[in-house]
Design a binder for this molecule. Structure first.
Ligand SMILES: NC(=O)c1ccc[n+]([C@@H]2O[C@H](COP(=O)([O-])OP(=O)(O)OC[C@H]3O[C@@H](n4cnc5c(N)ncnc54)[C@H](O)[C@@H]3O)[C@@H](O)[C@H]2O)c1
Length: 361
């Protein structure tokens, strides 16, 4: 029998090519009551943010550009200080999830509303999850205050994202969708959203990989990324995200690439244990076999990295990596056995074909 608990997260979404540079973003900012805007955009993303700053002229009181991945606490403090000094009443972020994360760090302590303009497929703009790094340790938490109130999705801003990064970022989004089928907060609505997200990503990513300027493909993938972030925000994280978080933190592996490599293996482990999910993920990917095989086939077609070894993890680090991942996965509400963790990690290290795993616990 159906039984679930579902809270929709409030956010106003404006989606469309050109939306960040025509009047739609300015209108959305006005509706938010943003009169004194602190712009957060990395030095490297100036070309994306420049026209937005120009469109908002008169309302920008500061531009914070010291964005760093995983939001070091010093960066958060500097951004908060700029918000206070400039008397900002709103934050507009333009960039990937590292940039959105910097805006979230400001909102966490000030309560300032965020208008987010994402330029990757990471999905942070629709989650209430923040992350901060202090002395090489990343802490994450959930606070409704950091959830952007408005999100403007403009696929034109993603055209400059290199194809390789677009592919891994898109697979990061696919990971949000897949995990939404077995994460603790899953419900029929998150599964529906995730299923449509997978379809959109599977349609758009191969065309994007063939031609990074295909705006229709970029639009499909960005739509899928929104759905992915939305499903993830409610369903929460499980096996897949825990593995990536541990490996990224301990071995400094790149974020989106790690998701891309681990996903076929985490799916091989988790999908067979969550009734119905294997079939639904595989069908949304238009694959014939198991979900993990369909994901691996898509990753191959996209020329995505396929092994932890390719990402720079060394053979001598594997035992330590298995220890750390085991320590996390054994704490899950539905714990994973040491033998399953080890099989998953060894297959992901080599990039061998993912086999649906039968639990040993
Ligand atoms: N809190 C959440 O809900 C959440 C969700 C996903 C990821 N994250 C975090 O976000 C970080 C990763 O974010 P990311 O994958 O979006 O990467 P990122 O924000 O670190 O950006 C990666 C690189 O791409 C560049 N870039 C971004 N958009 C571009 C564009 N359109 N054209 C050209 N270059 C562009 C950036 O300048 C940067 O050099 C990690 O720290 C991860 O933990 C948080």
């Amino acid at each position: 029998m159906l039984e679930f608990d579902y809270t929709a997260l409030p956010s106003h979404v404006v989606f469309g090519a050109g939306a960040a540079r025509d009047g739609r973003l300015v209108d959305a900012a006005a509706r938010l009551g943003a009169h004194r805007v602190l712009l957060v955009a990395a030095e490297a993303d100036q070309e994306l943010a420049g026209p937005i700053a120009a469109a908002l002229r008169g309302r920008i009181v500061g531009w914070f550009s010291e964005v760093r991945q995983h939001v070091p606490i010093e960066v958060a403090q500097a951004a908060r200080a700029m918000a206070a000094e400039t008397g900002a009443d709103a934050v507009i972020s333009v960039g990937g999830a590292s940039t959105t994360g910097t805006a979230k760090a400001i909102a966490l302590t000030t309560g300032l509303p965020i208008l987010a303009v994402p330029t990757t497929y990471a999905g942070s703009e629709v989650t209430p999850v923040w992350g901060l790094t202090e002395k090489a340790r990343k802490t994450t938490g959930t606070d409704p205050q950091v959830l952007p109130r408005v999100v403007v999705y403009d696929p034109e801003l993603t055209v400059t994202l290199p194809v390789g990064l677009s592919v891994t970022s898109g697979l990061n989004a696919l990971a949000h969708c897949a995990e939404a089928f077995w994460a603790p907060g899953r419900n029929p609505i998150t599964s529906l959203i995730a299923e449509e997200g997978i379809r959109a990503l599977a349609q758009g990513l191969p065309r994007l990989a063939a031609d990074g300027h295909d705006l229709d493909a970029r639009s499909r993938v960005l739509y899928g990324a929104w759905l992915a972030g939305t499903a993830f925000a409610t369903a929460g994280s499980s096996v897949h995200h825990k593995i990536c978080h541990v490996l990224g933190g301990a071995f400094d592996l790149p974020h989106a690439e790690t998701h891309a490599v681990v996903l076929p293996y985490s799916t091989a482990l988790a999908a067979p244990r969550a009734p119905g999910s294997d079939e639904r993920i595989a069908a949304a990917l238009a694959g014939d076999g198991a979900a993990a095989e369909a994901i691996a086939a898509l990753a191959d077609r996209l020329n995505a990295p396929r092994s932890l070894r390719d990402l720079g993890l060394r053979a001598g680090e594997m035992n330590g990596a298995i220890e750390l991942v085991d320590a996390t996965l054994s704490q899950l509400p539905e714990p994973v056995s040491r033998a399953d963790t080890e099989a998953l990690m060894r297959a992901a290290y080599e990039g061998t074909a993912p086999m649906p795993q039968v639990s040993t616990r």
